[in-house]
Structure formats: structure tokens, C-alpha cells
Design a protein around this ligand. Structure first.
Ligand code: TUI
Length: 315
């Protein structure tokens, strides 16, 4: 099975699989397991202060000698100090989410760190490609957490056609069939979040993992569309209360205050009724918790089998 392609050589990885940098969920343990298994593990910085993130980065450096990345949430109040820490620690790959990382690109480029922003629109993809980013992650609304409006199926080919740099597909991909579909649409690699949450190495609370395993096709719903910060979560008491507040005309400030701290409550404390269980629409197809290495093996075997099946179709 040879899957070496240009994004793999740029990132120094064996398989074209990046693990989503999920806040409160993607810790050093998960990131290192993914990197050790041949993908690119990514620590989710979320709203962490720089000192806390430094602990995670140093832990990941202990747990793997392979490259790994950090996802920077650009809405974080600590974003400036987090960027400085990542420059100091010379983390190999930075992905960014929930904003425009333009002002930080020159400093990372200067030290050879690969910068890969997550985008949910063609306009931002074009703007960032012009600024010299190394690749882009086109994230469809199927993803968990903070999302855009377009589906992976429609967003991905439009971004592939609009830029000359490698594009990584995210949103709705949880098995080899999804990987094949993403590659068919022009992606060079995939970024996978929810599938890696339900792994042995993920340090999220067991109740969070169980909620994903229990989820059905329509369990992942979008909240917060009225605040301009749409967030996909598994439906629970919190999601229902949030949607009721939205319907009753709550202000953005009220909704933001209500949502604060709820992801930690679910992911760390295991409060999956009153916490925010961010997860993608693919949750319904996930039925078991497995080691990361097996997940990656399944993805690659499924990818190869799908391509073989497609090759046998004749028209
Ligand atoms: O960032 C994500 N997903 C996230 S961040 C997160 S942390 C959080 N915690 C509590 C409430 C809300 C979030 C959980 N999940 N994905 C990457 C992503 N970025 N998706 C969409 C975007 C995006 C959206 C708008 C990127 C840029 C953008 O516009 C920037 C501009 O200037 O046009």
C-alpha cells in the first residue's frame, strides 16, 4: 500500500490522515498516538492559556518523535501568547480555526512551521492561499464544533478549483469510503475528528465517548446559528435549552454566557446532559471504541478496498 503523496512529504507523515485539533479532547496523548500510527496528531489549544498548552506540547514531544501539530482557536483570549509559545517550541504544524490567521503567517513561515488554516468558504481560502499558507483544510458543516454552512461535498471541490495548494478535506469523514470520496473530490488528505474521539487513547471522558457511540444519524444538531457562531453538538438537554433561548430571542451575550465552559463540562467531567457534546454528523456511523492504530489501519484498508471496488465499475 503506497500512499505517499506531496502533502505526506510536506508534513513528514506516512498516511494522508490528520487528526482534528479538538479543544478539551485532543490532548498530547491522542495527538502522539495518531502521529506514532503514521498520521498527523494535532493538539487542540482551544481556550488554553500558553502555560497549559506548553505542558501538552512538552508531553507530546516525550510521547512521539514524529511530527505533530497544534490547532489554534483564533477566538481564544490567549491567542497572542499561544502563538508566541508555538514559535518558541517550533511546533512542526499549526492549524487554525474560527477566524483569519493572516497576521501570524509571516512569523511561522520564517521558522519553517507549516501553516494550515481551516476554512469554510472559497473567499477566505483564496485570500489565505495568496498569503502563502502551506495547505488548507476545507471543513464542511458535517463537522462537530464551530462550523460553516456548506457541506464537504460542495465546499471541497470549489476550494480545490480556487487554489493551487494542497487541500485537506474535513467534515463527515469517518471511514475509508469517506476518505475515497474526499480524494475523488480533489483533496490530498483528510482531517478526521469524531472517529478519533472514540479511540482508547483519547482522554475525553468515557461518557462523552459513549454519547457518540449511542448517537444516531440525526443526533448531531446545529445550535447558535442566530449568534453567528454555529456549533454542532449531540442533541441533549443543553442543546434543547440553547435552542429554546434562541427561539425566544436571547441576545448573543446571553447565549455566549450560557454556553461558556460547557464543552469542558462534557469532555472532561462527563456531564453529557448539561454539557456541550461537540461531535460531527458521522457520529451515527461509529459503533466502537478502538485503539488509534486500528482506526488508521481500518481507514487505509477501507480506502484501498473502495478504490478497488470503483475500478471494477464499467460503463
Ligand atoms: O474551529 C473549528 N471548530 C471548533 S473551534 C471550537 S472551540 C469552541 N468552543 C465553544 C464554542 C465555540 C467554539 C470547537 N470547534 N473549526 C474550524 C472552522 N473555522 N470552522 C469554521 C471556521 C471558520 C469560520 C469563519 C473560519 C474562518 C471564518 O471566518 C473568518 C473570516 O475572517 O472570514
Amino acid at each position: 500500500m503506497t500512499t505517499e503523496n506531496s502533502i505526506c512529504s510536506v508534513l513528514g507523515i506516512k498516511y494522508p490522515i490528520l487528526q482534528g485539533g479538538m479543544a478539551w479532547v485532543a490532548t498530547a496523548e491522542l495527538a502522539a498516538a495518531v502521529s506514532n500510527a503514521g498520521g498527523l496528531g494535532i493538539i487542540g489549544a482551544g481556550h488554553m492559556p500558553a502555560e497549559a498548552l506548553k505542558v501538552e506540547v512538552l508531553k507530546a514531544k516525550q510521547l512521539t518523535k514524529k511530527p505533530f501539530g497544534v490547532n489554534v482557536m483564533l477566538m481564544s483570549p490567549h491567542v497572542k501568547e499561544v502563538i508566541n509559545l508555538l514559535l518558541e517550541e517550533k511546533v512542526a504544524v499549526i492549524t487554525t480555526g474560527a477566524g483569519n490567521p493572516g497576521e501570524y503567517i509571516p512569523a511561522f513561515k520564517a521558522i519553517g512551521t507549516k501553516v494550515i488554516p481551516v476554512v469554510a468558504s472559497v473567499a477566505l481560502a483564496k485570500r489565505l492561499a495568496r498569503l502563502g499558507v502551506d495547505a488548507l483544510i476545507a471543513e464542511g458543516t458535517e463537522s462537530g464544533g464551530h462550523v460553516g454552512e456548506l457541506t464537504t461535498m460542495c465546499l471541497l471541490p470549489q476550494i480545490v478549483d480556487a487554489v493551487d495548494i494542497p487541500v485537506i478535506a474535513a467534515g463527515g469523514i469517518a471511514d475509508g469510503r469517506g476518505m475515497a470520496a474526499a480524494l475523488a473530490l480533489g483533496a490530498q488528505a483528510v482531517q478526521i475528528g469524531t472517529r478519533f474521539v472514540v479511540s482508547n487513547e483519547c482522554t475525553a471522558h468515557e461518557e462523552y465517548k459513549k454519547a457518540i457511540i449511542k448517537a444516531k444519524d440525526r443526533s448531531a444538531v446545529m445550535t447558535g446559528a442566530s449568534t453567528g457562531h454555529p456549533v454542532r453538538v449531540l442533541e441533549n438537554q443543553l442543546a434543547r435549552e440553547f435552542m429554546t433561548m434562541e427561539r425566544n430571542g436571547a441576545t448573543v451575550e446571553e447565549l455566549d454566557a450560557f454556553g461558556a465552559g460547557k464543552l469542558k463540562l462534557a469532555a472532561r467531567d462527563g456531564e453529557v446532559r448539561l454539557g456541550s457534546v461537540m461531535a460531527g454528523q458521522c457520529s451515527g456511523m461509529l459503533n466502537e471504541i478502538k485503539p488509534v492504530a486500528e482506526i488508521i489501519e481500518d481507514l487505509m484498508t477501507g480506502l484501498v478496498n473502495t478504490i478497488d471496488r470503483l475500478k471494477k465499475i464499467h460503463f
